[in-house]
Ligand binder design. Structure first.
Ligand SMILES: NC(=O)c1ccc[n+]([C@@H]2O[C@H](COP(=O)([O-])OP(=O)(O)OC[C@H]3O[C@@H](n4cnc5c(N)ncnc54)[C@H](OP(=O)(O)O)[C@@H]3O)[C@@H](O)[C@H]2O)c1
Length: 364
């Protein structure tokens, strides 16, 4: 079986992918940085257990290495790197900072641009000719585009073209890969994910990113001010592109299994979910009434409404998006009809997420 190398291996998406790879008997090399309290191995074991929904994960084919993303050779001894890359591998670069604000700009660019470059240097130095490099990008690196986002490279642009530094840094990261493809001749691929949510069938949701960050804020509000009616500046008709974690994992596994792949694929859903559908779900589950309003002057907000608006600095960037993502390349290799999110599956995810929040609050 092919060897799959994954950095940022303890992250949300990567850990779900690793569980699937191990199930399919792939040899997995996980690059994980240690935390203050836990070693790399402890970290990955913990997250694999948490994300396997009670199923036992056989880790016989898993090797874990400490690494330091920005250092020469990741601070891994040369003999070990030679061993790791001795056969053809699929190398997945997952590591990224998902922060987005000005305060974190340096960290975002160091991790998401310099980190990719360093990863590629090491890959180029050690990997065999038939190995493949996969960069996990984001579909939102499209920035403030007003035409369909195609599965092709786009030039670097200044920050005014993007909603935040995260999007901009991921665009820059793609172009670092592009340069290595053209100048070093590597087999490089870009897999752009939209907003990754929970499991489409079970509803299990272990991320608090995007719509779940918003849900968490409304949950707080509902426990502090139950039965209030709160207006939020959100375009009810605008859409979110949500991709279930099980769908992402299926696509990633398919990418490993297909020999000849397009260079860029948008891993997105065709069935976009409207903001009003998400808000109706939250209103059904929580004792609060959120009213989305497209236009409202800051001065017309009540104090409570102003406080929720302030807390939405990230979500706020995505309240009026209606982006069309092309999927011609994706469609060449994936059957995308099943596992699309719909109102029912998103309901299950939000319900699971809220129950978890409530339980955590009780346990505190
Ligand atoms: N989640 C989404 O909705 C979404 C959507 C589009 C694209 N993506 C892309 O998918 C990939 C995985 O995202 P995710 O949601 O799974 O994120 P995540 O759970 O936050 O995982 C990020 C991973 O990157 C590692 N990392 C961050 N900074 C690092 C550094 N300086 N050095 C070494 N490792 C570092 C983290 O390690 P630590 O745990 O040690 O910090 C973690 O393993 C990212 O490339 C992201 O841009 C995600």
């Amino acid at each position: 079986m092919k060897t799959i190398i994954i950095n940022g291996a303890n992250g949300y998406v990567a850990s779900h992918f690793i569980i699937k790879l191990l199930k399919h008997k792939y040899k997995v090399i996980a690059l994980v940085r240690p935390s203050i309290k836990f070693s790399s191995t402890e970290r990955i074991k913990k997250v694999l257990e948490e994300n396997s929904y009670g199923e036992k994960v056989n880790i016989a084919n898993l090797q874990v290495f400490n690494y330091s993303l920005l250092h020469k050779d990741f601070l891994i001894p040369q003999e070990q790197l030679e061993e790791i890359f001795s056969e053809d591998v699929d190398y997945f670069h997952f590591a990224a900072s998902l922060k987005y604000n000005l305060k974190s700009k340096d960290e975002i660019f160091k991790t998401n641009v310099e980190g990719v470059e360093n990863s590629l240097k090491i890959y180029t130095k050690y990997a065999t000719k038939n190995s493949r490099f996969f960069f996990i990008g984001t579909a939102y690196s499209c920035g403030k585009i007003d035409e369909p986002f195609q599965e092709k490279f786009y030039a670097n642009q200044d920050i005014t073209y993007f909603r935040n530094y995260y999007e901009q840094s991921k665009r820059f990261g793609e172009n670092v890969v592009k340069n290595f493809i053209s100048q070093k001749g590597i087999n490089g691929h870009i897999l752009r994910l939209s907003q990754v949510v929970g499991h489409n069938q079970s509803g299990v949701t272990k991320t608090d990113y995007g719509i779940f960050d918003f849900t968490k804020r409304v949950h707080n509000l509902a426990s502090r001010y139950p039965y209030e009616t709160v207006r939020v500046k959100i375009n009810p008709e605008a859409t979110q592109n949500l991709i279930p974690i099980n769908t992402v994992v299926r696509y990633l596994l398919r990418a490993v299994n297909v020999e000849s792949l397009p260079v860029i694929m948008n891993f997105v859903s065709k069935n976009q979910i409207q903001n009003i559908q998400i808000i109706n779900i939250i209103n059904k589950i929580l004792p609060i009434k959120i009213i989305p309003v497209k236009f409202i002057a800051q001065n017309d907000f009540s104090l409570l409404e102003r406080s929720i608006a302030l807390g939405m600095s990230f979500t706020g960037n995505y309240i009026d998006t209606n982006i069309v993502f092309e999927t011609k390349n994706l469609d060449k290799i994936m059957s995308t009809s099943k596992d699309e999110p719909n109102e029912h599956s998103v309901y299950k995810m939000i319900e699971y997420f809220i129950n978890n929040l409530t339980q955590k609050k009780k346990n505190r």
